[in-house]
Design a protein around this ligand. Structure first.
Ligand code: MG
Length: 382
């Protein structure tokens, strides 16, 4: 079997689909994307296609190493996301060629279903409590939300109180019947992270994500010594080589590699395995589309330390399309009491609606995150 062609489509809300075709008529799908930099990743995918066309798509380990090492410069969000989407599509082809789900090709599954959680995106406490009530009717009992809006390097007590208010109201509304993780989104400085973690601890969040920016990773261990709240991070780390220093420094309890940013299934299975050796749990980051989610589920299904899976159903970014809009076999993604079952379908287990993708690509806007500014006019982390 030989790879013949790579085609990409940028689609709403902020995703990109890649189709890899072969001379045997088997096709594979991937989602190579950096949210807000879709065109840059798209260019990288097509540059990497020179290494792929004419090659056997089943030699995934070799093609991965060629893409990673062949160009001298390596790593980072753009190149590793391009490799990630290609890697997903290669696994999809390999599985379809053998008539097996990808998880069967990477050692077999360690669980039958994967726990997922649901974003609640409103900014005000009342909106969040209502959003959680609705999501509970869909079977979710675990949630994630942003911790703060923009926060000054040294924030006021009023800012801290405002950040705490919504979490206090959640516990008042639901008691300990639900769990929630809090995403600081890298908006919080090291000194304010210390304050917020101490204040949040009595409210028993499941985890705090990106308590400080990924480039401040050396602070994770020190922050972890100040709090019993498990700390999570990883969506802005792109390979084993980024993750190894975080493991060695310690402090992270839940690792969140993004299977569309960190080199795909091939690399994320290895990252999860490294995490297991450090007694660190894995919860792949995935505010993306259905192919990315299906790729994450393959990693979850074979990783003993995978604890829960992010998914984008109802996420505030999904303007213009929802998680399953481009999927034919939606029933395979049904959430039952907060869990998604392992699909028996070959490859990644997603049957994409190509016609709809092509049509939607004609109205794809270039999604950007907002550029926020502090009250004094200086730029703020989003
Ligand atoms: Mg996050």
């Amino acid at each position: 079997m030989k790879i013949t062609k790579l085609t990409t489509w940028r689609v709403p809300p902020r995703w990109m689909f890649l189709k890899i075709e072969t001379d045997e008529g088997i096709t594979g799908w991937g989602e190579p994307i950096v949210e807000g930099r879709a065109r840059t990743v798209e260019a990288a995918v097509h540059e990497l296609s020179e290494y792929l066309v004419g090659q056997d798509p089943r030699r995934i380990n070799d093609l991965w190493q060629v893409m990673y090492r062949g160009g001298f410069y390596r790593g980072g969000p753009i190149l590793m996301s391009a490799i990630a989407g290609i890697d997903q599509a290669l696994w999809d082809i390999h599985g379809k060629a053998l008539g097996k789900p990808v998880y069967e090709l990477i050692g077999g599954r360690v669980r039958d279903k994967v726990k997922t959680y649901c974003w609640v995106g409103g900014d005000r406490p009342a909106e969040i409590v209502d959003g959680m009530r609705h999501a509970r009717t869909l079977g979710f009992d675990t949630f994630k939300m942003n911790g703060t809006e923009e926060m000054d390097h040294i924030a006021t007590h009023a800012d801290v109180d405002r950040a705490l208010e919504k979490f206090t109201q959640i516990r008042e509304a639901f008691g300990n019947q639900i769990d929630f993780g809090i995403d600081f989104h890298g908006r919080v400085s090291v000194p304010m992270a210390k304050v917020l973690l101490r204040e949040l601890e009595p409210l028993r969040p499941l985890f705090v994500e990106e308590p400080v920016l990924a480039e401040q990773w050396e602070h994770y261990a020190r922050l972890a010594e100040h709090t019993a709240i498990p700390l999570a991070a990883g969506e802005r780390m792109y390979s084993r080589f980024d993750f190894k220093r975080v493991f060695e420094a310690g402090g992270i309890s839940i690792l969140q590699p993004d299977v569309s940013h960190a080199g795909g299934i091939t690399e994320c299975v290895k990252i999860a395995s490294m995490a297991e050796a450090y007694d660190v749990a894995v919860a792949p980051h995935c505010p993306l589309g259905p192919v990315a989610l299906a790729a994450c589920l393959q990693v979850d299904l074979v990783s003993h330390n995978a604890v829960f899976q992010e998914q984008s159903m109802g996420i505030h970014y999904n303007q213009g399309a929802e998680l399953l809009d481009y999927v034919v076999n939606r029933e395979d993604f049904a959430v039952d009491q907060g869990h998604v079952r392992a699909s028996e379908k070959p490859g990644l287990g997603v049957i994409v609606d190509e016609e709809r993708i092509v049509e939607a690509s004609r109205r794809a806007a270039d999604w950007r995150n907002p550029v926020w500014r502090h009250a004094d006019g200086s730029v703020a982390e989003w």
